[in-house]
Design a protein around this ligand. Sequence first.
Ligand SMILES: [Zn+2]
Length: 282
Amino acid sequence: MDDLLAGFSRGLYSNWLWHRTLRLVVDAGEGLQLGLGSKVLAPTHLLITHGHSDHVLGLPGFVAARRFGMGDPEKPLTILYPERSRGVEAARGTLERHWPREPFPLEWVAVVPGAELPYGKSRLVRVFAADHGSADLAVGYLVVERRRRLKAEYAPLGDRAIRALVREGGRERLLEEYEQILFAHTGDTMPLPLDLFRRADLLVHDATFLVAEDRREPIHASTEEAIVTARDAGVRTLVLHHLSVRYERDDAIPALRRQVADLGFAGACWLLDGRSFIRLGG
Ligand SMILES: [Zn+2]
C-alpha cells in the first residue's frame, strides 16, 4: 500500500492522501508538505472534498513549499474544489494575502456534483455529492478509466472462434466500452448509494465512528457502514480514513479486524491512521 498511497488521517485534526500513480492529492490537511517531502511538486492535481479546517489548512504550507521542492516550481497545480465553499475560499484568500505579488501557477476549478473533467487520455475525474450535513457543498471524487472488452455474448466462444469472427467482420463489433473506477474518495460523508462505487479498484471511505451509536449528528459514516458499502459494491481495496481520535488505537484496531472478518468483506482492507496504513483484513 505504501507504494501506491501516502497520507495522514485523524478525523477533525488533519486529512490528506497522495496517490502516487495518479499523481493527485485529495484534501490538504495540515502537514501535507511535510508528508510529501521533496515530492511536493509531484502532484498535478489537488481535489478538495470540502472546506472544513482538517481538510484545507495545509494548503498554504503545501503551495508555499512548491517553490522549494525538487522539480520545476513553475509547474502548474490544478485545484478542484466545491463551488462556493467558504472554507476553501478562506484558504485561497490566505494565499493571496500572504503572497500578493507572487503569482503561483495555480488553476482553481469550482466543481459541482455530476461534473466531469478529462484526466489524461482515457481517464476522467467525476464529482459526486457527499452527505456531510453542512450548508457548504461537500463532494467526493472518482477517477474513471474508459476501457473496452469483449461483449458478454462472445465470452463463451474459444480463441479460434473469436479469431474467425474478427477475420470475417473486424474486431470493433465484438467489443463494448465500459468504465472502470480506478479510485474513489468519499471525503467526509454518511453512507452513499452503492452504485457510485461498483467494482472500484480502490475506495477511500469516511470511517469516523467505530459504531453508528457513537454518532450524534448524521454527517459521518461508521467503519461498519464503510465496510458494508465496499463489500456490497464489490470493491477490491478499501481504505478507512478519518477515524475519530476518541478511540484508543489498541482497542480500535482489533475491533476493526473483527468487523472486517464478521462482515465478510472479501477485498483488502486498510486503516489510514496518522501516517500508517494498518492492514485489517484480506
Ligand atoms: Zn468535514
